[in-house]
Design a binder for this molecule. Sequence first.
Ligand SMILES: Cc1cc2nc3c(=O)[nH]c(=O)nc-3n(C[C@H](O)[C@H](O)[C@H](O)COP(=O)(O)OP(=O)(O)OC[C@H]3O[C@@H](n4cnc5c(N)ncnc54)[C@H](O)[C@@H]3O)c2cc1C
Length: 432
Amino acid sequence: MAEKFDVIVVGAGPSGNAAALKLAESGLSVLQIERGESPGSKNVQGAILYSDALEKLIPDFRDDAPLERHVIEQRMWVLDDDSFVGTHYRSDSFNKEPYNRYTMIRAQFDKWFSERVQKAGALLICETTVSHLLLDGQRVIGVMTDRQGGEIYADAVILADGVNSLLAKKAGFHPELKPKNVALAVKEIHFMPQELIEQRFGVKGDEGVVIEMVGKITKGMMGTGFLYTNRESITIGVGCMLSDFKNQKITPYELLEQMKAHPSIKPMLEGGEMKEYTAHLIPEGGFNAIPNLYGDGWMIVGDAGMFVNAVHREGSNLAMTTGMHAADTLIELKSEGKEFSAANLKRYKARLDESFVMKDMKKYKNMPDVFHTNPQFFNDYPDLISQAARTMLTVDGVDKKTKEKQIRKSFSQRRSLFGLMGDAFKLWRAFE
Ligand SMILES: Cc1cc2nc3c(=O)[nH]c(=O)nc-3n(C[C@H](O)[C@H](O)[C@H](O)COP(=O)(O)OP(=O)(O)OC[C@H]3O[C@@H](n4cnc5c(N)ncnc54)[C@H](O)[C@@H]3O)c2cc1C
């Protein structure tokens, strides 16, 4: 039976849940369609949850959200083959409520989030795949699902169907995803006793530590590794651009196995039992790869719109924020009695432009190109930085001035003076 809603939201990840929650709270009739058997069953994330975006949607989320540890320490490691040079930032201010960041497990989190959405009045149907959008000319008027008699109509459809949005692609709103714009990440969860985690990472209670890693663990490919402490488990993973995997001829599984065997990483996993292995794509094409985000009767939010800040590993917060702005745009238009046409939905893009989302995406717009074409940042520099640290820290009767000369020489031999200057410029361009 053909039904009609104010809005259909495709997908029950963070972007879809954020949009559906706001819309339902404002009294619009909302249908949310999820292909997984439950929200979160198909979703993969590290995962760090940034409080700010969720707090704007659910101010009391800390009361019952399934959170693991609040993050009090952030480590950043540059690894060569057998060592790392790192920075640690630990602050007592991160140990004061309200906490800024948490580790969490996505399957549990998405389920909890979705329950809040349903309580607000949205109707959720799971185990249902939207196969294509229903169009009247250029205008989206509903969706076709894989259920019998699966046509459902709405005044607007929000595409929150994640990276590689097949629906937008089929409708011609989204170009084919290029391998250079998408990373493939694999991760494992290793279970171990809470006391062991606390002892090993120097934390107590619900305090947590995250480690972000770059360097030779990615074999010259553009990518990063990560390790996060959960309450009774550790999440470890690595992700690199899909196009690099093709050229390197190493499987993501092999890459993770080699990373886990690194002498600085292996001891952190000892005593753990690996219980979960997952792989997922991450849209990392950045600002220049953002597709058209709206049209007559439709909007794109979250990963489907390429909203991931790879430098800061932020994705779920961008997903929630874009979902929230899409919903706010529809709520505003509805209250003004205006239709959901492309001309009116451009307010969604204007809202994003004003928010941290577009500003951050724009800031790092050159980053994918710079790192993708300069493997020395992932190969040569980790070696050189580590060698420099080793040289300075080895006490062997050689005076420090001579050691400085040796370090300078090793840099200019490996990259040449012009190479070093060029790399400094490229780094400035990537982060300007
Ligand atoms: C390994 C890894 C680590 C990450 N770590 C972090 C992190 O630490 N912090 C962070 O903020 N972000 C992280 N991210 C990014 C973050 O997971 C994403 O940015 C976020 O999940 C995007 O949310 P979304 O709702 O747009 O898409 P998704 O979470 O992918 O949700 C899309 C939903 O749509 C459903 N769907 C798709 N197609 C259809 C269809 N045709 N019909 C019905 N349903 C459909 C899917 O089943 C899914 O539930 C990580 C990602 C990965 C892969």
